[in-house]
Design a protein. Structure first.
Length: 305
């Protein structure tokens, strides 16, 4: 789950001017209208510090945006991924990381085990603890707060519990699928894992899963894999703090009935995305798999679609 920040804003030049003018007017008010020692100290010390901090935040975000613009240009024209430096890092990554294989002799069991993660269990225990803490409000007569708190933390517990028992897997298995065919493909697959996601190249299908969805795509419907990059800007106390780049393998699937292209996005690291592109070319040899690329930008509290 992505952490939700508070109010966030982009420190533009106009907004910087507005904040500086407001801070100056506030300093004048404290110095001349309030007029006491505390007001004068705040006007002479605190207000200038606020202005300096605002200038620092503006320069920091502007510098980061300029660098990101240059990086985006390198991504789009392909120079970043074609550079000898990146290729050297990619080869080093390949030497240290190989495709994994399923650990169990059953597709259902293997998928369910993938969802039994420690972070889900920790959140379940925390939610249970908070549920019992809210019950302590009953002896104090705060029945409504106890009920609301118990229901709220109970909802969080059920949410994490459903993930821990692999509810997305169980729902998918109950659907209209040919389990035996998919299992035969899955058990011989070569897999890439990243965070809570996976992409597996089976014998007949391209398998994948995220925290919420399970995929099994017939290779005959796969048009290709392209790369999507998202710049995730992170804010702290409403001010730009840092950023990271998220890399997605975008699987282009031609729907059998309508013929339209449907995109399936699975987050991997930048080297794993290239591994997926290279691997698919083995399965789709002889076909044109021109690699496309999209670069997007999001704030930390915005959903990546």
């Amino acid at each position: 789950m992505r952490k939700k920040d508070g109010f966030q804003f982009i420190m533009t030049r106009k907004l910087l001017v507005v904040y500086i003018v407001f801070t100056v007017l506030l300093g004048l008010f404290l110095f001349f209208v309030i007029g006491d020692m505390a007001g004068k100290c705040a006007a002479c010390i605190v207000c200038p510090m606020i202005i300096v901090y605002l200038l620092y935040a503006y320069c920091k975000e502007s510098k980061a945006d300029m660098k990101a613009h240059e990086t985006k240009a390198q991504y789009m024209n392909g120079s970043y991924f074609e550079s000898p430096e990146w290729h050297e890092k990619y080869v080093a990554y390949l030497n240290e990381h190989t495709f994994e294989k399923p650990k169990y002799q059953s597709m259902k069991l293997d998928l369910l085990k993938r969802f039994q993660r420690r972070e889900y269990l920790v959140k379940m225990i925390l939610s249970l603890f908070l549920m019992f803490c809210t019950l302590c409000l009953i002896p104090l007569g705060r029945y409504y707060m106890a009920i609301i708190g118990f229901c709220l933390f109970g909802f969080f517990f059920l949410l994490e519990f459903s993930l821990y028992i692999g509810m997305p897997v169980r729902k998918w298995l109950k659907g209209d699928i040919d389990y035996e065919e998919l299992e035969a493909s899955y058990l011989k697959s070569k897999m890439l894992f990243y965070k809570t996601n996976a992409l597996a190249f089976g014998t007949t299908h391209l398998h994948g899963f995220t925290e919420k969805k399970i995929y099994a795509i017939d290779y005959r419907l796969v048009e290709g894999i392209s790369r999507k990059i998202v710049r995730l800007k992170k804010y702290e106390d409403g001010i730009y703090n840092t950023e990271e780049y998220q890399h997605f393998a975008v699987i282009h699937v031609r729907l059998p009935k309508s013929g339209d292209i449907y995109d399936v996005e699975i987050e991997l690291n930048e080297f794993q995305v290239q591994m997926a592109i290279d691997k698919l070319s083995v399965y789709k040899i002889g076909e044109d798999l021109m690699e496309n690329l999209s670069v997007n930008e999001h704030k930390e509290n915005e959903a990546v679609i």
